[in-house]
Design a protein around this ligand. Structure first.
Ligand SMILES: NC(=O)c1ccc[n+]([C@@H]2O[C@H](COP(=O)([O-])OP(=O)(O)OC[C@H]3O[C@@H](n4cnc5c(N)ncnc54)[C@H](O)[C@@H]3O)[C@@H](O)[C@H]2O)c1
Length: 270
């Protein structure tokens, strides 16, 4: 119950999906959690639901000035920062021939700018707290080639390599700050649930099982990811640094189809 006792965590994009699951689990494990998002209504509702150990702050990860304001506010209120989960992310449907400048810049801004500015401003706060753990949400999309979200693949690839740069910088300077990236396959969140409508809107053919899951290859649950993020955030993973952790029930090594996994599908239904 106390795997994060005494720690202060910021989770971006925490108004729904994976960020929400992280926030709920972190609070259960004793952390004080600062949820941030551009979705104020849901963010405030979830923070209230978690209880007194959670607060919400409106925060657009694309803006460096908002990171400065957020970190200053957290340090004023809590006096320390131990964990940052750079979780906010968006995707757009296109392929490498149809991608628009607007789609490309939007996807890159949320995932890459958000991660770069988040790390930049969290590191000094963590230094003054004696160390910390940064977890960057990347994706299986940086491992495989998902052509209908080509810009998203570029963004998550950048998040993956930036993670290593941050980890090495912190290790070289003995900052006691770790940085790892998490690469899930399709997880059942509002992001994935929005795929069919976005495919239709973009005039793309129906979605594949690899994205929406199937009996042979079910979607993961937000809690499946949250337990990994919890481990990376906690002191249990002190020697794990600069790594890409893939969480996909073999999807990346079996092209998304898991032979004979009916029993796992049954487990996920229960
Ligand atoms: N769900 C999956 O299958 C999956 C798989 C691999 C990686 N991921 C990654 O995990 C992270 C969370 O995904 P999810 O499925 O929970 O997504 P989601 O769309 O369900 O939730 C994402 C949250 O990010 C917020 N957000 C968007 N733009 C923002 C901004 N500029 N500033 C602050 N917040 C912003 C949204 O309002 C939303 O609440 C993302 O980085 C995503 O790319 C998700």
């Amino acid at each position: 119950m106390d795997r994060l006792k005494g720690k202060v965590a910021i989770i971006s994009g925490a108004a729904k999906g994976l960020g929400e699951a992280d926030a709920r689990l972190f609070a259960q494990e004793g952390a004080r959690v600062v949820l941030t998002d551009v979705d104020v209504e849901n963010g405030e509702r979830i923070a209230r639901d978690i209880g007194s150990e959670a607060t919400f702050m409106r925060h657009d990860v694309r803006r460096e000035s908002e990171w400065q304001r957020l970190i200053a506010d957290v340090m004023r209120r809590h006096g320390r920062l131990d964990i940052l989960v750079n979780n906010a992310g968006v995707f757009e449907i296109h392929n490498p021939e149809t991608i628009t400048e607007e789609q490309y810049r939007f996807v890159m801004a949320v995932s890459v700018d958000g991660t770069v500015f988040g790390c930049k401003h969290a590191i000094p706060a963590m230094k003054s707290s004696g160390g910390g753990s940064i977890i960057n949400m990347a994706s299986i999309a940086s491992v495989t080639g998902e052509s209908i979200v080509a810009g998203y693949c570029a963004a998550k690839g950048a998040v993956e390599s930036y993670t290593r740069a941050v980890a090495v910088h912190c290790a070289q300077n003995q900052l006691n700050i770790r940085c790892n990236s998490v690469h899930p396959s399709s997880i059942d969140t509002p992001m994935v649930q929005s795929v069919p409508a976005k495919m239709i809107a973009a005039n793309f053919p129906p979605v594949t099982e690899a994205i929406l899951g199937s009996t042979a290859s079910p979607l993961g649950r937000p809690l499946d990811v949250a337990y990994l993020v919890l481990y990376l955030a906690s002191d249990e993973s002190l020697f794990l640094n600069g790594q890409k952790v893939v969480l996909d029930n073999t999807a990346s090594i079996t092209l998304g189809s898991v032979p004979g996994s009916g029993s796992l599908a049954e487990q996920h239904k229960s």
